[in-house]
Design a protein around this ligand. Structure first.
Ligand code: 13P
Length: 257
């Protein structure tokens, strides 16, 4: 049985005070280890320490939104795996569509980052997803295959056990347009089949695949009730406790129901 993961990607939002308040509200809602649901928050780098303090002792986990693959040195503006683990992170998001499409990262960069993060003991949320034009051209599965093959190149099954995949169709991110449950399930099943073909079916069965793209309280349960949807990577709605907590609760009720 795969455990749900509900992750908040705060993107370039929150300062230390608002981030701590938000994290504190989530910590109150997730007081201890829970069987069926894992909760993760990924604040901006400047909030890692203060958010880490706010969730200390709760079941909420801390992650970063990106990392660089070099261990240290003259890489102005970048941050290393060791810096993130030192700041208390257990997870890092890699290959988010905004990194790919706004900041020009490709699968090779994502692959180097995934390898560095896993080698340094971080768990990875690896994002993949197609543009609207790619979907309209009927190329969704082809794009997902390329992103999976490129981002996971030369990564062993043993290492890949610490990866979670996030399917985030780019046209659904921040747009209020959510993939239908059928579109999400079909992409997730395709991704799981890819993993089964490139690794094996037992591993594919255990791998968690999150959906991201305009997840809100009113669509979370329907999306996460799909057989191959194992949680959510939430942007906008993760910035407000009264939106994010109902999404966590939807996963809880599915896990316990
Ligand atoms: P929204 O939930 O704001 O659409 O963002 C999704 C996302 O990019 C999460 O990583």
């Amino acid at each position: 049985m795969r455990r749900f993961l509900v992750a908040g990607n705060w993107k370039m939002n929150t300062d230390r005070a608002s981030g701590s308040a938000l994290a504190g509200a989530l910590a109150e809602n997730s007081p201890s280890e829970e069987a069926g649901v894992e909760v993760l928050v990924c604040p901006p780098f400047t909030g890692l320490e203060s958010v880490g303090r706010a969730i200390d002792g709760s079941a909420v986990q801390l992650g970063a939104q990106d990392v660089y693959f070099e261990p240290g040195g003259a890489f102005t503006g970048e941050i290393s795996v060791e810096m993130l683990t030192d700041a208390g992170c257990g997870y890092v998001i890699i290959g988010h569509s905004e990194r790919r499409n706004v900041l020009g990262e490709d699968d090779e960069v994502a692959n180097r980052k995934v390898k560095a993060a896993l080698a340094g003991g971080l768990k990875v949320v690896l994002c993949v997803g197609e543009l609207l034009s790619q979907r309209e051209a009927g190329n969704t599965e082809w794009v997902l295959d390329l992103q999976m093959a490129g981002s996971l190149a030369d990564i062993s099954e043993d290492d890949a056990k610490n990866i979670v995949i996030a399917y985030e169709p780019v046209w659904a991110i921040g747009t209020g347009v959510t993939a239908t449950t059928e579109q999400a399930e079909s992409a997730h099943l395709h991704l799981r089949n890819w993993v089964s073909g490139h690794y094996n079916s037992e591993f594919a069965d255990q791998l968690r695949i999150l959906y991201g793209g305009s997840v809100k309280p009113d669509n979370a349960e329907a999306l996460m009730s799909q057989p191959n949807v194992d949680g959510a990577l939430v942007g906008g709605a993760s910035l407000k406790p009264d939106l994010f907590i109902p999404i966590i609760d939807a996963a809880r009720s599915l896990a316990n129901g």
